[in-house]
Design a protein around this ligand. Structure first.
Ligand SMILES: *Cc1c(COP(=O)(O)O)cnc(C)c1O
Length: 455
């Protein structure tokens, strides 16, 4: 080992020692960083140094200033937004991947990266019960996956009108109709906007009390229509009625895209897969691995029933006609990025470690935790605003101001972290249980903290 190698090993051991210490202590610290810790971040500022610094010193400063200023989303009691943790095996795979520094658009550049992605996608398609021939790619998250799936939708629907977007562009194209639920996630609206479908042109379908698209309000569909449905409302966890929507859409020749960021994982557990009934009938799907599969950020999954439309929209070479996925194509044929992280390593490691039953158990366990939150808070006299069918619980503590105060105090108190949201015009506390790390004891401690603060 020469001196440089010795120094590099020492640096990596130093960093891994500090990272491991962070993770072993995470359960004992406040979930939210203190104001002082956030203020201390100013120590990282200052002019760009003129001279090089000692790398170990840089890492030491980063850890000493940075670690206390993290939100402890990797810990067991973060219930804000819909944020998973990262299972230890996926962090370990991520460390290997970072050391390997693989660039995975093509197998020539990273055999391991592309093979893991191919295997992981195959396993996912099987787990989700999606049709044979479905394919896709790993992307940065569900926002990118929605964009990717909807780009395929645009390609297919316009191709049906005799217009090849890949060749002719969108200007002058016959305008597709785009149907979204009133409760569509903002990322779907953003994806549509970037694809040329601005807010004002969308057909919005009213939602029922749980945020599901109302079938009686669904417009007539035709072969010029893209319908965006969701598996897992970001607030209530509710599912759009996919079976009937897909039936009507396909009779009419319309395309159905599913935003399944977290909810689609319900398809992997026998106790919950009734919720996703019909979702497999859709044409494209988006899903997050960094939420409920608990791999490190960032990792989403875009899937398409007929990958040829995805390839027409996303391949570096749109002239390379791809009829179906044969195993020979490359990740860059189905995703936007050229240079890209080898995300397949972590997804492969997660699925290989959990297996079918372990994944079902993870999904089911977190849903059971949600039931406990819901029952105990209801027993204490607080109003649960949603049917708790998944991992999401919406709670009101009375008037909007009171609920806002309870949320702020819970965040400040530090035992756990929950976010606020608006639900049917009312302020709500949203509790999302998406982390592998949450135990029953963590749920009890968190409920006690919430009740203490609310009392
Ligand atoms: C989180 C989420 C998204 C966006 O996913 P990102 O991974 O943050 O890009 C889209 N839709 C739903 C329903 C979500 O919960």
């Amino acid at each position: 080992m020469n001196r440089n190698e010795g120094a590099a090993s020492e640096l990596l051991e130093f960093a891994s020692y500090r990272a491991i210490r962070y993770l072993t202590e995470i359960s004992n610290r406040a979930v939210e960083p203190s104001t002082e810790a956030v203020e201390r971040l100013s120590a990282l500022e200052g002019p760009l140094p003129e001279e090089p610094s000692d790398p170990a010193e840089v890492i030491r400063v980063l850890d000493e200033i940075g670690s206390p200023a993290t939100m402890a989303t990797a810990g067991p009691r973060f219930f804000g937004f819909v944020v998973g943790g990262a299972m230890p095996v996926t962090v370990a795979a991520n460390w290997l991947a970072a050391a390997w520094d693989q660039n995975a658009p093509v197998s020539l550049l990273s055999p391991i990266g592309t093979v893991c992605e191919r295997i992981a996608l195959g396993w996912l398609i099987d787990l989700l019960g999606l049709p044979r021939g479905t394919w896709g790619g790993l992307v940065t998250g569900a926002t990118a996956a929605n964009f990717t799936g909807l780009a395929a939708a645009r390609q297919a629907i316009l191709q049906g009108q005799g217009w090849d977007v890949a060749a002719k562009g969108i200007f002058g194209a016959p305008a597709p109709r785009v149907v979204v639920g009133e409760e569509a996630h903002v990322s779907v609206l953003l994806a549509l906007r970037t694809l040329g479908f601005g807010h004002e042109g969308l057909i919005r379908v009213p939602a029922d009390g749980q945020g599901r698209m109302r079938l009686d309000a669904l417009p007539d569909l035709d072969s010029k229509t893209i319908v965006c449905i969701q598996a897992g409302n970001v607030n209530s966890g509710a599912f759009d009625p996919a079976q009937e929507i897909c039936r009507r859409a396909h009779e009419a020749g319309a395309w159905v895209h599913v935003d399944g960021a977290f909810g689609l994982w319900a398809a992997t557990t026998p106790e919950r897969n009734h919720l996703t009934a019909g979702m497999a009938e859709a044409d494209s799907w988006s899903l997050d691995a960094h939420k409920w599969l608990n791999v490190p950020y960032d990792c989403g999954i875009a899937l398409c029933r007929e990958p040829k439309f995805l390839a027409a929209a996303m391949s570096l070479d749109p002239a390379a006609y791809i009829d179906e996925y044969t195993g020979d194509q490359e990740p860059h044929d189905f995703t936007l990025e050229m240079s890209r992280r080898a995300r397949g390593l972590e997804v492969w490691a997660a699925l290989r470690t959990l297996g079918r039953s372990g994944l079902a158990e993870l999904i089911e366990r977190t849903c059971r935790h949600a039931q406990v939150f819901s029952r105990r808070l209801a027993d204490a006299g607080f109003e649960i605003l949603n049917d708790v069918v998944l991992n999401q619980v919406l709670v009101s503590f009375g008037a909007d101001d009171q609920t806002r105060r309870v949320i702020a105090r819970v965040q400040e108190e530090g035992t756990c972290w929950v976010s606020g949201t608006k639900w049917h015009g009312r302020q709500a506390m949203r509790i999302s249980i998406s982390s592998w790390a949450t135990t029953s004891r963590d749920v009890d401690r968190s409920i006690e903290a919430i009740l203490r603060v609310a009392g």
